[in-house]
Ligand binder design. Structure first.
Ligand SMILES: Nc1ncnc2c1ncn2[C@@H]1O[C@H](COP(=O)(O)OP(=O)(O)OP(=O)(O)O)[C@@H](O)[C@H]1O
Length: 310
């Protein structure tokens, strides 16, 4: 797959990229026909720039020669079937995993060249919302949000209190500050974790499956919140998800990943108009298609024969 430079990405967004028609292999599709305006901030260098990324787990190829940009000020969604490597991508961006090949730059810094101390410093500028929320169960909502501030700043108690209350206000949980995590609903727990993720005013926030396990009301609140926080706080957001409709509703730009490669990218309207069978299977939730139901392995007959022989 040819590598792109930012001009190619902009070109794809503007709809003049090559359009893959009914591909039978996962090729990248940059599609056209969108009317959504491109934020002016996208003109500057991307906040995250990934080039030629390859990553394996044993013999399993997770990414192969992947190029991807996260534009400043935008909500970028990375979507794809379960097990396709979305969480792995977030771990690579935050330097928790090291690529086998390729480069990952965050805010102009090559994370492979950073030592541990530099990585920790960079990670403080990135808020992460985990699938599990990772709230500290022995601490109240207030103290969970205060935790990173106590760890990483010298704020006075009164200033710290103000910051925590403002973060809780932003997610609608100021009134629940004394509640313990075990007494929170799933949606409230996710919002408390979000308040903690923004406690240190990160430049970027990474959401790992933020809508999983949420009822429709909580999901609606989260969708609105992700967009509002991004725009009001001047954040850059990466949303990793397989919830197609919800994610597309707030994203400025989408990447669809399958089998280690980007199979489509563009604005939600551009990706929705894409007609390759790989993209359609994912976007329309089709059980049959190029992504197979069965995990790769020997045929059933072979396996049964082997078992019989054992
Ligand atoms: N620690 C690990 N050791 C070995 N393989 C792993 C490990 N973590 C993840 N994998 C494998 O890497 C692949 C990508 O996993 P990852 O969790 O990134 O996928 P995902 O797209 O986030 O999935 P989901 O949508 O289900 O959360 C999967 O096949 C998974 O089994």
């Amino acid at each position: 797959m040819a590598r792109r430079d930012p001009a190619d990405v902009r070109s794809a967004r503007e709809g003049d990229g090559p359009k893959a028609q009914g591909t039978t292999a996962p090729g990248r599709a940059a599609t056209g026909g969108d009317s959504r305006a491109e934020p002016s901030s996208w003109a500057s260098a991307p906040l995250v720039r990934i080039r030629g990324l390859s990553y394996r787990r044993g013999s399993l190829v997770i990414f192969e020669d992947l190029d991807l940009d996260i534009q400043r000020g935008a909500v970028t969604a990375v979507m794809g079937p379960s097990g396709t490597g979305k969480t792995t991508l977030l771990k690579l961006i935050t330097g928790q995993l090291r690529p086998d090949a390729g480069s990952i730059e965050v805010d102009g810094l090559d994370i492979q060249r950073m030592d541990k101390a530099q990585l920790f410093k960079l990670r403080r500028r990135m808020g992460m919302l985990f699938q599990s929320n990772a709230l500290l169960t022995d601490l109240s909502v207030f103290d969970n949000v205060a935790y990173p501030l106590r760890e990483h700043t010298d704020l006075s108690p009164s200033m710290l209190r103000k910051v925590v209350l403002l973060k809780l206000e932003a997610v609608g949980l100021r009134g629940a500050r004394d509640v313990m995590p075990s007494a929170l609903s799933g949606g409230m727990a996710r919002r408390a974790a979000l308040a903690r993720a923004i406690a240190l005013d990160p430049m970027m926030i990474l959401y790992d499956e933020p809508f999983t396990g949420q009822d429709p009301i909580s999901m609606g609140m989260l969708i609105a919140l992700i967009r509002q926080l991004n725009d009001a706080a001047g954040l850059t957001s990466i949303v990793v998800s397989h919830d197609v409709r919800e994610t597309a509703s707030i994203a400025d730009y989408l990447y669809v990943i399958s089998q280690g490669r980007i199979i489509a990218e563009g604005t939600p309207a551009q990706v929705a108009a894409e007609d390759s069978e790989w993209v359609r299977q994912f976007m329309d939730g089709l059980p049959d298609g190029p992504v197979h139901f069965h995990y790769p392995g020997p045929s059933l007959a072979q396996d049964l024969r082997l078992r019989g022989a054992a």
